[in-house]
Design a protein around this ligand. Structure first.
Ligand code: CO
Length: 492
């Protein structure tokens, strides 16, 4: 059998992968009519996605995609039809830079203003780029970026309304992470859903702030915890009784940043030989017994889920044995995937009685962006859906979607290699479903052969073939995170 792949050892072509990082300047709104297969009629609601839309500012390439201006996409599903929209978040920085036609702010991950170090020295203003996640909560559509306030958008047409302080929950300059978790049935609120989010307030000590917010957008609970040393924490997990942070050992030397040589993100160095602090904070407002356990964990950007079992907390996470420091002189598009450690799915068992942590590698396949059924967030669960590589081992761009079955009977992978590149899947439960995997998996796939993106719908119980592939009119640069709401905001 001859290989369909351009290179026998690789499932992808690096030049084809790089095209997915081309800026998308067009803002469009249209009904998607170029569809293979059929959109399930019961699939009703809106998929929101966020990610960097511009990989250059006025033709000057940015240094890292994490510095790219946020562009939100929505796909509304109604009666077997779909309506697509995309729009940039009109942050103050985006508006000013588009007017100026060049970078005005420095990026956290190394994008510098023109004019060399003298023009960058001591300029520590942050540009809130609103590019990491987008959620619908408290009747608001919020574009999130972890180092600053959310931006509120009009869910009908994605127009930016402005910075949003969630009532009086946030003050100007506060941050709000891009990884809120929604407790589907909070025991502190009579079983009502509750949004739990955090913020990292830098300083010595670092303060971890926890917000718990009602479905109406009201602040229910607030807590602060002082963590030792510098913390680089992107995500966390919740259970009914706890919030859990993994604080990896990182060094932060701010001098090159302050002096204008580097972005702040380039000054963070992960110390692979030092243990991770696992900080377990009770959600019960009457309790103050924060526990810190230590374990070898590597570095985690994203957790899949956590749950309680007797006196133990189980945390499933995508973990890297090492992460390289962001290199000033290496273009992210030329990354050598083979030289990097893969992200892999691990299970950590935190024993709150013995204070010991054990860990287990669940599978070798490289993966990122895990999600679970929304009703199982913080609870025992069987299935996770994750962006994954085509090959079972090694590091590579994400080209597949993987349904992980913790009971080991039903793990399935669907690969879009060699031309397709994937990201975060979203699981949508079928209305009235009882089985945990009864529903759909929605996925944005960049098709490098056509230089456009597809929205792909799978029956979560059968990954053999997609149910429908919706061909968009343009490409969407590789995105970060998104969410689903059963509400439809567009009449079409
Ligand atoms: Co993230």
């Amino acid at each position: 059998m001859t290989s369909i792949f351009p290179n026998k050892t690789k499932s992808y072509n690096q030049a084809a992968w790089q095209k997915g990082y081309e800026s998308q300047r067009q803002e469009l709104a249209y009904e998607v009519t170029d569809i293979d297969g059929e959109i399930p009629v019961e699939l009703m609601g809106t998929l929101f996605r966020n990610g960097p839309g511009l990989l250059d500012i006025g033709g000057m390439p940015i240094k890292h995609p994490f510095d790219g201006d946020g562009m939100v996409c929505s796909v509304s599903f109604q009666e077997g039809r779909a309506y697509f929209q995309n729009r940039f978040v009109q942050t103050a920085g985006f508006v000013a830079e588009q007017k100026a036609g060049q970078p005005i702010y420095r990026g956290v991950f190394g994008t510098q203003k023109p004019g060399g170090i003298f023009n960058n020295m001591f300029d520590l203003r942050l540009k809130n780029i609103a590019n990491t996640n987008v959620i619908y909560w408290g009747k608001k559509l919020l574009a999130l970026w972890e180092a600053a306030e959310p931006h509120s958008l009009n869910p009908e047409n994605l127009e930016t309304r402005g910075l949003d302080y969630l009532g009086e929950t946030l003050k100007p300059g506060d941050s709000f992470s891009a990884h809120p978790r929604i407790d589907p049935a909070s025991i502190w609120d009579g079983g009502e859903p509750c949004l739990v989010n955090f913020a990292v307030k830098p300083g010595l000590p670092t303060r971890l702030v926890i917000y718990e917010i009602s479905p109406a957008g009201k602040l229910l609970r607030y807590r602060e915890h002082e963590a030792k040393g510098f913390a680089f924490i992107h995500d966390f997990v919740i259970t009914p009784n706890y919030v859990i942070f993994f604080q990896a050992s990182v060094k932060f030397n701010p001098l090159p940043y302050v002096l204008g040589f580097k972005g702040a993100g380039e000054c963070v160095k992960f110390e692979a030989n030092k243990p991770t602090q696992m900080i377990v904070i009770p959600r019960d407002p009457a309790r103050n017994d924060v526990q810190t356990l230590e374990a070898e964990a590597g570095f985690v950007f994203h957790h899949a889920n956590a749950f309680e079992r007797d006196k133990q907390i189980i945390v499933d996470s995508v973990c890297y044995q090492s992460i390289p420091q962001v290199q000033a002189d290496v273009n992210y598009k030329n990354v050598d995937f083979d030289a990097l450690d893969p992200g892999q799915l691990w299970r950590f068992t935190l024993d709150l009685e013995t204070k010991k942590v054990t860990r287990e590698l669940l599978a070798t396949r490289c993966c990122e962006f895990p999600v679970v059924h929304p009703k199982h967030v913080g609870r025992d669960y069987r299935y996770a859906y994750i962006g994954a590589t085509h090959a079972k081992t090694g590091n590579a761009p994400l080209q597949a979607v993987w349904k992980v079955d913790h009971q080991g009977e039903d793990s399935q992978v669907y690969s879009f290699a060699p031309d397709g590149f994937t990201g975060e899947p979203i699981f949508v439960p079928r209305p009235g479903a009882t089985a945990e995997d009864e529903g759909w998996v929605l996925l944005m796939v960049y098709d490098s052969a056509q230089h456009r993106s597809d929205v792909v719908i799978f029956d979560a119980q059968n990954f053999a073939q997609p149910l429908a592939t919706l061909h968009l009119k343009q490409h969407i640069p590789y995105g970060l995170h998104g969410s689903w709401t059963p509400e439809v905001f567009v009449n079409f």
